[in-house]
Write a protein that binds this ligand. Sequence first.
Ligand code: 5AD
Ligand code: SF4
Length: 469
Amino acid sequence: MELNTIERDDIGAAAEDLVVLPAATRKVFVKTYGCQMNVYDSQRMTDALAIDGYAATDAIGEADLVLLNTCHIREKAAEKVYSELGRIRELKAERAKAGREMLVGVAGCVAQAEGAEIIRRSPLVDLVIGPQTYHRLPGVLAKARSGEKIVETDYAVEDKFEHLPQPKRAELIRRGVTAFLTVQEGCDKFCTFCVVPYTRGSEVSRPVAQIVAEAERLADAGVREVTLLGQNVNAWHGRGEDSEEWGLGRLLFRLAEIPGLARLRYTTSHPRDMDDELIAAHRDLPALMPYLHLPVQSGSDRILKAMNRRHMAKDYLTLIDRIRAARNDIALSGDFIVGFPGETEADFEATMQLVEDVNYASAFSFKYSPRPGTPGAEMNDQVPEAVKDERLQRLQALLLKQQQHFGASLVGKTIDTLIEKPGRQAGQKVGRSPWLQPVIVDEKAGEIGDIIRVRITKTGYNSLFAELA
Ligand code: 5AD
Ligand code: SF4
């Protein structure tokens, strides 16, 4: 049968895809800042808005609604919102002159942390919505359209995920062969530098059935690689299908049974929540990719204590040894903060030593940024900016050297690559290595969604070049 007007990928669409939706009459432009969870949240907000008649656009000038999904983790991230709002003010005025509305919404962690203050500082903002209330977006917008200013930052008592609509299958297909899936949100650890427990609330795990159903939908739409997300993802736990209490390790084994899902990842983890079962998953589950982001923040016991990380440097190194014993080709990644209050040169040297000892494949490092409301911001002995700058430079030079060394060690090796998308240059496609590096191959090497064997020929700045093996 010739299905000329239906995309091939729509064959077999789930029943709910056939529900007639209101024709999209308005346009929404969403800009995402910060972490992967915000990327996921932006998608889910877009899905909720699609039901409400909003089509996504990449052109801010034609948007009836502009949503900024914001990040509050460091001051620089939070301040970006206000400079963006400055630019939007002119666009909104231009549209008003043409008799067109442009609602402006601030979502995400800045919304949660600053609430009504955002509207006071930037009166052009029409609505402020925190990360726990996205499912209420359509109702909030209806009020905003009638001219009311809305601040919706109460922690929802209902389960947001249960109320958020699932995207249409065609939309999932459009999003590609890799996907994020939030399984856990919030944090109860209260590291003294961190705003997350205040902006994302306390730790909540999504139920197994909800996660499995979402992963199945993704797989059904051609997704090959799923990254499970949580601020403390390895603290995830839930009642399994066998009525036993599951941890993340068990969940990963369950998800690996879903046909089509070839690769699993998870991020971000806390060293204290790496249990035996999760380490065993790294040993026994081929679908679990050999890459682990395990932030340690500092190599100094004194600073780790002041940060309330509740472990010592030696505990972290022992843990790394156990993980490497389970999976010897695992690539390690981490986060570091330099210049936490009270950090001396000796403390910083301890961090450098830990980095030498671990040998990271990649890592993120930041200057400490005092965040309002966190204990760290109140501490004496704040480190001068110039000292932070100098330490960050030294740390980043070392981390970059290790990253390049890791890339170079792969040259000549044959590895699996998931082909993800067309390359930036004609004739190329971009894949992803098991260790998360982009892999540039000839476009004829395979189709998007294929996992192919390639030989690494050379390294780029942050990528690998490869040919079919
Ligand atoms: N200043 C600098 N870096 C921070 N991070 C979290 N809070 C701060 C802060 N106040 C870093 C940590 C964390 C990563 C997501 O951001 O390294 O792991
Ligand atoms: Fe922030 Fe992570 Fe510490 Fe939680 S565990 S407070 S999210 S750094």
